[in-house]
Ligand binder design. Structure first.
Ligand SMILES: Cc1cc2nc3c(=O)[nH]c(=O)nc-3n(C[C@H](O)[C@H](O)[C@H](O)COP(=O)(O)O)c2cc1C
Length: 269
């Protein structure tokens, strides 16, 4: 399966079969999450993972097993977390294990206690783990409708050619089209899809189009996790094409509109 196929096959799973995750699947997924390959990310920060049993979320039925990640709250920790956790999510997808990114719909104090969160650390998200049920619960069906989970924005509304005045077309993106498509199908909090990308010759600039209400008082920005997820998809898709990629912060970038901030760039070779 190509990365794009894997990305398109994934969806948030909120209704599980009720069968416990097999011991070998639990161990294999946790070992992968802790591996150097999974931890490697452009920001160089590490995520500590813990499996938690006997937990629940108001949107999840059919499993009580969760995977939670914590890390020091440092600059760009959101990007690192999104990048690393999405690798784990895609690995789970390839293994037939269902997941849902959860930042909000959980008893946060209970989860934070269980991961032994210390001062200066964050536990950005958790995911349930289990085998998807054949049918979705009514609540899951309603939730998906509520956030239009089956749809994504159009290519030309989120990807740009040289500057924000020119939409990028698949024709112009050429052999990079599928890599951009892999970004377009990323999951995001409330399906807001805040990523905006500008292709400037051999460089892709990432921006975040902020929606209201996603930055906490401490400056923690949930939508920046979405950008980390999108970064991982582009990184993997380009590597699958045999390209080498270098992440960097550019000194000068195309100017974006209101509420849209430059985040990071990627040089493709
Ligand atoms: C950072 C992040 C946080 C999320 N938090 C929640 C959450 O708290 N509860 C929930 O039910 N879904 C949550 N989601 C799942 C999104 O609603 C979902 O990814 C989006 O609607 C797209 O649907 P899909 O994942 O099925 O493609 C979150 C997703 C991301 C990326």
């Amino acid at each position: 399966m190509s990365l794009l196929e894997l990305v398109k096959a994934r969806r948030s799973v909120r209704t599980f079969s009720g069968d416990s995750l097999k011991k070998e699947d639990r161990e294999a997924l946790l070992a992968y999450a802790q591996s150097d390959a999974a931890q490697d990310n452009p920001c160089g920060q590490k995520v500590t993972w813990k499996l938690l049993e006997g937990f629940s979320s108001p949107v999840i039925v059919g499993t009580d097993l969760f995977l939670a990640g914590k890390m020091p709250q440092a600059t760009d920790a959101e990007l690192a977390f999104g990048f690393v956790m999405e690798k784990v999510v895609l690995k789970a997808q390839a293994m037939g294990i269902g997941t849902t990114w959860i930042a909000g719909t959980m008893d946060r104090p209970a989860f934070e206690k269980a991961v032994e969160l210390s001062e200066g650390e964050v536990m950005p998200c958790v995911t349930p783990l289990g085998y998807p049920a054949k049918n979705m619960s009514l609540r899951e069906t309603m939730m998906r409708k509520g956030v239009k989970a089956e749809t994504r924005m159009d290519f030309g509304d989120i990807f740009f050619d040289g500057d924000f005045a020119h939409a990028l077309t698949p024709e112009k993106a050429g052999d990079l089209t599928d890599a951009f498509e892999a970004v377009r199908f990323s999951p995001s909090a409330v399906n807001k899809q805040p990523w905006r990308l500008v292709l400037d010759r051999d460089t892709v600039h990432f921006y975040e189009a902020h929606s209201r209400g996603y930055v906490s008082e401490s400056g923690w920005d949930v939508q920046k996790i979405d950008i980390g997820i999108a970064m991982l998809h582009l990184d993997c898709a380009l590597k699958e094409l045999g390209k080498s990629v270098t992440w960097f912060k550019a000194a000068q970038v195309p100017q974006a509109g209101e509420n849209t901030d430059y985040i990071i760039s990627l040089k493709v070779q």
